[in-house]
Design a protein around this ligand. Structure first.
Ligand code: 3PY
Ligand code: MG
Length: 253
């Protein structure tokens, strides 16, 4: 199902994060029941070739593929869309200028400056013609800006208001570092929680997506109760560890 169609449903999306470029693993996570999979090229070990390989496999599970690019690599945002990703998450969007440059790479004119060439994306949907892809792409591929510094906190409403920005994604670890003036890294930092709830509300009022990375089940529940629409609930490493624990804790005496 298209990500934009899934988001018409008010139920929050619980998604998985892929950091390791083992062929087929992102699709296996998609099959395990999460609502979408993010292939992470910022801190994850994915390379350009593993990133470009994954969309057909993830789409075959009926789940939307999402890409996180490294900081400032807007060239990879367009390339990811050409490969079939339905959304791109851009880290460290700290100003309206950063957000505008990201939109330029993500959206065809007149909204942006995306260059034509959706090589793999066009072939993944046999119903698409060049014309139908061109017409629908700006509305059906989402530009999601990460808010994860105090600079971004100061201007997040201006970023949210930009035409072409489809949603905001909180990076709670980086945000905690910036929030505490470099004193700590704590994705559950209590002082940030009111801001997170406020941002989820502003996104809802603007009709845009709110998203957040959660590092524990408790954090997922908290984000869900704040109204976040997309929550990173697990990742490849955590799935292996919790899977192993659930077996070994029962059999080891
Ligand atoms: C953060 O918490 O800073 C993130 O970027 C989550 O991936
Ligand atoms: Mg971050």
């Amino acid at each position: 199902m298209l990500l934009t169609r899934r988001l018409e449903n008010a139920d929050p999306m619980f998604i998985a994060w892929s950091s390791y470029p083992a062929a087929g693993m992102p699709a296996r996570m998609a099959r395990a029941g999460v609502d979408a999979v993010v292939v992470d090229m910022q801190h994850g070990m994915h390379s350009e070739s593993s990133v470009l390989r994954e969309p057909p496999e993830i789409l075959a599970t009926g789940k939307p593929p999402i890409l996180r690019i490294p900081v400032g690599r807007n060239d990879l945002a367009s390339r990811g869309l050409d490969a079939g990703y339905e959304a791109v998450i851009a880290p460290m969007i700290n100003s309206v200028d950063d957000a505008q440059a990201f939109v330029a790479a993500m959206k065809y004119p007149p909204l942006g400056e995306r260059s034509w060439g959706p090589a793999q994306a066009l072939k993944l949907n046999p119903d698409h013609t060049m014309g139908s892809y061109f017409k629908s792409a700006n509305g059906e591929t989402l530009a999601i800006a990460m808010i994860e510094t105090m600079r971004a906190v100061d201007v997040y409403e201006d970023i949210l208001a930009l035409d072409g920005i489809d949603g905001l994604f909180i990076g709670p670890s980086d945000l905690s570092i910036s929030w505490s003036g470099g004193k700590t890294v704590n994705p559950d930092l209590p002082e940030m929680q009111d801001f997170l709830a406020q941002l989820a509300g502003k996104c809802a009022a603007a009709g845009k997506l709110s998203a957040v990375y959660a590092t524990s089940v408790e954090a997922v529940v908290r984000a869900r109760d704040m109204g976040f629409r997309m929550i990173t609930a697990t990742n490849d490493d955590l799935l292996i560890r919790t899977g192993a624990d659930s077996i070994l804790n029962r059999v080891r005496v």
